[in-house]
Design a protein around this ligand. Structure first.
Ligand code: UDP
Length: 492
């Protein structure tokens, strides 16, 4: 049958006519009302990709669906296993992932993802089968899988379980990723024998990507380790929707309307833009590292909009030289800062022992350093004035949702796309284009926190925050798509 999934776009889906009768005005029904109406609990199985930036949105979606009356089972790798005690309402099952210590410590994200997909199929199948046998009356209604965990699709298909794909990055990033093989086939990118990243960095890095305004070649989502063959393997497998009944995105129409329209044309499945997920359900933290809440007491002592928050996420790493440049740039800016330095984020370091001599004394009470922060709480604090970020998609969404302008220093992959969008499309951030250098850092931090440029961005960021709030409120785009998603799952 043909249904209208997004405005003006027809797609074919093989589920009942769940969209035809949709008028967007249904009220969110709570879980108990739904259970009473449906007479029973439907079980959903979630399989997150084992990185912080993927676990968070998957469990946030799980919390939302749990509040609508679904029971939630999370199957996950042993590596980066989520803490079950933070979500006592879910059932957790770890599976053997077969990852070697070398694969885990290499930092080669692409090889790591390919290894999980190669290793986990049999153990995932065994676990799903066991779950079904243990509770035959509690049938699995649907599997929700991270797009990068593509091995799960074939298992779900074999076991006759419908599956939905969750995309935890931006739509624009996925469009850019799928564009890379096309750019190669048209001769814009040469191969093999060189990593994409090196070629892009050294050759035509500032040239615009054809048909992809405002991305330049250097903004394409590539990483140090990518060879064309491996890159294509991941893109082809992860971005093929295959048997997915729907594609769910942690984004919202007001941020990515034109990319959403393009993606709908590329993928003939219903598309649901339901984000930002962290704002939908007051979900418990799913941090893999312990959050140091002492920084909130420090924030309380700071004036409104005065603090720059610095975090490069859960994966990006920096050199000892970059650490020193960041430290002196921040100190010399004379602006209060809250800085997350993850243990190991400088290769071989325990924590802050590699900070330059004299730095801690120089900043005194003017700075607070933690291993891991309660980031959502930090960004919503009244003292927050700017976020110096690597532009992971969650961090970007969390900053935009709180109206906090950004200083962008992306490291690899999708971060580069988001950085470009923050500074050139949403106009709520400044991109530090060059290598981290203390003078440039000092100037950029002051521009953001003291100068008129920063104030203009703060106003724009507040405006965008309001638009995001509208999309999440009754009748807004994300609100409506969430309702539609629940309706779809109820039909399985
Ligand atoms: N985060 C956090 N505390 C920190 C740093 C990060 O809770 O000190 C969270 C942040 O809120 C976000 C996630 O970790 O939800 C990082 O995901 P993102 O997509 O931004 O980046 P990644 O870590 O995947 O590079």
């Amino acid at each position: 049958m043909e249904v209208t999934a997004r405005k003006g776009m027809k797609v074919f889906v093989n589920v009942a006519s769940w969209m035809d009768g949709w008028n967007g005005s249904h009220d969110m029904e709570n879980g108990n009302e739904r259970r009473e109406r449906e007479g029973g609990v439907k079980r959903l199985v979630l399989f997150p990709c084992p990185y912080q930036g993927h676990i968070n949105p998957m469990l946030q979606l799980g919390s939302f669906l749990h509040s609508k009356g679904f029971s939630i089972t999370v199957i996950h790798t042993q590596f980066n296993s989520p803490n079950p005690s933070t979500h006592p309402e879910f059932t957790f099952f770890p599976i053997q992932d077969g990852l070697t210590a070398e694969e885990i410590s290499s930092g080669n994200v692409l090889a790591f993802l390919l290894a999980i997909n190669a290793n986990c199929k049999a153990s995932f199948r065994q676990c799903l089968t066991q779950v079904m046998e243990q509770e035959p009356d509690n049938k699995i209604t649907c599997a929700i899988r991270d797009d990068l965990m593509y091995f799960t699709e074939a298992v779900a298909k074999d076991l006759n379980i419908p599956n939905i794909m969750l995309r935890t990055s931006s739509v624009t990033n996925v469009l850019a990723r799928t564009a890379v093989p096309q750019l190669h086939s048209k001769g814009h990118i040469p191969f093999p024998g060189i990593t994409l990243h090196c070629w892009i960095a050294n050759s035509q890095s500032l040239n615009p990507v054809p048909d992809f305004h405002p991305l330049r070649f250097k903004d394409l989502p590539t990483s140090n380790f990518d060879t064309f063959e491996k890159y294509s393997e991941l893109v082809v497998n992860a971005f093929d929707v295959r048997t997915a009944s729907a594609m769910v995105w942690n984004t919202t129409d007001c941020l990515e309307q034109s990319s959403l329209a393009q993606i709908q044309q590329q993928f003939p499945v219903p598309i649901f833009s339901i984000g930002p997920l962290h704002k939908i359900e007051a979900a418990a933290s799913s941090s893999l590292l312990e959050e140091d809440t002492s920084c909130i007491a420090w924030l309380l002592k700071q004036s409104n909009n005065s603090v720059i928050y610095v975090s490069l996420g859960s994966v990006a790493s920096i050199s000892e030289i970059e650490l020193a440049q960041m430290a002196w740039g921040l100190a010399n800016s004379k602006q209060p800062f809250l800085w997350v330095i993850r243990p190991g984020s400088v290769s071989g370091s325990e924590w802050i022992e590699l900070l330059p001599q004299g730095f801690i004394e120089a900043i005194g009470e003017g700075g607070c350093i933690v291993k891991w922060a309660p980031q959502r709480e930090v960004l919503s604090h009244r003292a927050m004035g700017g976020f110096w970020s690597h532009c992971g998609w969650n961090s970007t969404l969390e900053s935009l949702s709180e109206g906090i302008p950004m200083i962008c220093t992306p490291s690899f992959g999708d971060q580069k796309v988001h950085s470009r969008y923050v500074s050139q499309v949403w106009n709520v951030g400044m991109h530090m284009d060059n290598e981290l250098e203390r003078g440039e850092i000092e100037r950029t931090v002051r521009k953001m926190m003291v100068d008129a440029d920063g104030e203009v961005m703060r106003v724009r960021a507040k405006d965008l925050k309001e638009k995001i709030e509208v999309s999440l409120s009754n009748g807004g785009s994300s609100y409506n798509f969430l309702n539609k998603l629940v309706e779809l799952i109820m039909l399985f």
